[in-house]
Design a protein around this ligand. Structure first.
Ligand code: PGA
Length: 253
């Protein structure tokens, strides 16, 4: 059995009020009604507050786990503005998103930097949510699998598969309202699953694979029902508590 996961990526959005609102909203639900773990990745200044609020919830309520959106490849030193993975761990973080297409394109993060960050994060005992995905041109040129496997190969050399989640996010579907069809998403997930199994048969088969890119409450269920889709990485629709809870409940046990 693979762990199902739904992860909120707030990007540069939200505030302390949204942190409280989200945790309160989930705390109304019983953990028994959810077939998935729920992770929220707010901007870094809100990580400690999210962790504290989540700890204060009733034991049988949904336990919201905490994730970060980035970390440094360095552990300490004269790197102004950077945040080390061990520091994130101290705030209660269990996850960190790496390789998101916005970091690859807007902040020029290349495969080699992402590989270094992945190692630093796993050494600090964080689970890495590694994002991969093709651009529209790459899809139109039938390069999707080539691009995705190259991104995986570059980042995963020496990686610990027990602290790994892969999020397949076609760049053309992120924030655009254009979702990959369940068949398109499943086809790529299946290839990723095969690739991971080739790298490490027993461990590769257990890595959770998430789909991301314009997932909403009304398309989540059919996407999550695909054989190799174990949950989602949710941007825009994770900023509204009722919609995000509905997406989480779209994972069926
Ligand atoms: P979106 O973003 O759900 O707003 O498309 C997904 C992501 O960037 O992780």
């Amino acid at each position: 059995m693979r762990q199902s996961l739904v992860i909120a990526n707030w990007k540069l959005n939200g505030d302390l009020n949204l942190v409280s609102q989200m945790v309160q909203s989930f705390s109304q639900d019983s953990a028994a009604d959810y077939a998935t773990d729920v992770v929220i990745c707010p901007p870094a200044p809100y990580l400690s507050a999210l962790h504290a609020e989540s700890l204060a919830c009733a034991e049988d309520a949904v336990n919201v786990k905490v994730g970060a959106q980035n970390c440094s490849e360095y552990t300490q030193g004269a790197y102004t503005g950077e945040i080390a993975a061990s520091m994130l761990r101290e705030t209660g973080c269990e996850y960190v998103i790496l390789g998101h297409s916005e970091r690859r394109t807007l902040f020029s993060e290349d495969d080699s930097l992402i590989a270094k960050k992945l190692k630093a994060a796993q050494q600090a005992e964080l689970t890495v949510v590694l994002c991969v995905g093709e651009s529209l041109t790459e899809r139109e040129n039938n390069q999707t699998i080539e691009v995705v496997t190259a991104q995986l190969a570059a980042a995963l050399d020496g990686a610990d598969f027990s602290r790994l989640v892969i999020a397949y996010e076609p760049v053309w579907a992120i924030g655009t309202g254009k979702t990959a069809s369940p068949q398109q998403a499943q086809a790529v997930h299946q290839e990723i699953r095969q690739y991971l199994s080739q790298l490490s048969n027993d461990k590769g088969a257990k890595v959770p694979l998430l789909y991301g890119g314009s997932v909403k409450a009304d398309n989540a269920e059919v996407l999550f029902a695909q054989t190799d889709i174990d949950g989602g990485l949710i941007g825009g629709a994770s900023l509204e508590a009722d919609q995000f809870r509905a997406i989480c409940r779209a994972v069926k046990g």
